[in-house]
Design a protein around this ligand. Sequence first.
Ligand SMILES: [Zn+2]
Length: 182
Amino acid sequence: MRHAQRTHEPLSLCAVTERAPRSFRCCVRSVQFLTDVEWGEMDFLLVDAPPGTSDEHISIAQYLTKAGVDGALIVTTPQEMALLDVRKEVTFCHKVGVPILGVVENMAGHICPSCAHKSDIFPAVTGGAKAMCEEMKAAYLGSLPLDPNLLQSCEDGKCFVERHPNSAAAEPLRQLVQSQTQ
Ligand SMILES: [Zn+2]
């Protein structure tokens, strides 16, 4: 729920998974966006919530709680600067009564498309999401490398795992989706 996304267009989840064609992902910055849209029938509604603990954030969390949200999927990057915010977010979820489904570590290393060398763009100097999860007693759901194929598939609105089944982020992403859709 945490990751702020630059697009405000609803984006089909098919961009990342081969299943769940009736799922939508949206960026929400106001309660009105949730209440005034006819969402229709769907398998999942992924709400991309802005980071922070502002009044607006509290209203969104309260609305989601009333609407029977399954929980928050918290997205972080491996470096301590991001984890500081995420710790606050975990505490925030506890406070407003939103269950935490788990934490995903995004941009965990970059795989070079030409030589497959892995470099850490955001070094996990304090142990990354995994250590933070142990400390905060949250479920660690895995790490996704920064994969140019994933970024391109999202840009094109195409199914990443179908297009690039052997790409670096494909297996961790498949496992993540599986863990949340079972
Ligand atoms: Zn290279």
